[in-house]
Design a protein around this ligand. Structure first.
Ligand code: SF4
Ligand code: SF4
Length: 238
């Protein structure tokens, strides 16, 4: 119902499914009946997504947001007709930009995977309420988005510090952490959505979850080396 419900991941999914253009219609800014003013969220999401599209070589004109009231049928029809003409002129997604189909698929997968991370890192700006159209282009800059992808944070569990308390494993929303009782926990980087929950959840006295940026994540510790042998148990056994 509310344009604020249109998540960045919905837009990326539409493009990943081969849509040549995405149009979002929202209520006029400042006319929202709710304190949430979701249409500002939708606007900010579109401004960010357009910069992401530029980064991966897609024409940002393929994504449009327009604000109007439910009674403005003629305006709606005009806007949609213009947008359809524009998208037709751009040609099929990817082909119109000269991007190979497989390359586009790969890029879309990479960006989609980072969506939760992007939303967390840019949360403050995504909650802005821009008053003037002149501010739109400057909310997210191309440099900023490039940096966002370049300096993406990964999470890694230090095998020397993990105490196998299982807190992170239970809290991970992506089931990306492998472990068990008395077993050093390991993050599956393919499944990890970089939400940072494990970093916050790991008790400070253990401090086993590390953030890594700008360098490769160490490979996971081999399965056969993951068992933690507690010192008191060692004593008891001898
Ligand atoms: S950052 Fe941690 S909690 Fe979040 S998905 Fe990755 S492993 Fe799971
Ligand atoms: S919360 Fe920390 S100590 Fe506990 S299992 Fe996870 S990484 Fe290991």
């Amino acid at each position: 119902m509310c344009s604020g419900r249109v998540d960045l991941s919905f837009v990326l999914r539409a493009f990943s499914n081969g849509m040549d253009g995405v149009f979002i219609g929202g209520c006029r800014l400042k006319e929202c009946n709710y304190v949430t003013h979701g249409n500002y969220h939708a606007l900010n999401m579109v401004l960010l997504c357009r910069k992401i599209m530029e980064r991966i070589g897609l024409n940002p004109e393929r994504l449009k947001i327009e604000f109007m009231s439910g009674g403005e049928g003629i305006l709606f029809a005009d806007v949609i007709n213009d947008f359809c003409k524009k998208v037709e002129g751009l040609g099929p997604l990817g082909t119109g930009e000269g991007i190979d189909e497989n390359e586009l698929k790969f890029k879309m997968q990479e960006v989609t995977k980072l969506t939760p991370y992007i939303k967390i890192v840019k949360r403050e700006k995504l909650e802005s309420r821009l008053e003037n159209e002149e501010e739109y282009d400057g909310l997210f800059t191309r440099d900023e988005v490039d940096r966002l992808f370049r300096e993406v944070i990964s999470y890694h569990i230090d095998p020397d510090k993990c105490q196998a308390c299982m807190i992170c494993l239970k809290k991970c929303p992506a089931e990306a952490i492998g472990g068990g009782k008395n077993r050093i926990h390991v993050i599956d980087q393919e499944k990890c959505i970089k939400c940072g929950t494990c970093f916050d959840a790991c008790p400070p006295r253990f401090g086993a979850v590390k953030t890594i940026s700008g360098e490769p994540v160490p490979p996971p510790i081999p399965e056969e080396e993951r068992m933690i042998v507690r010192k008191n148990k060692e004593k008891g056994a001898s």
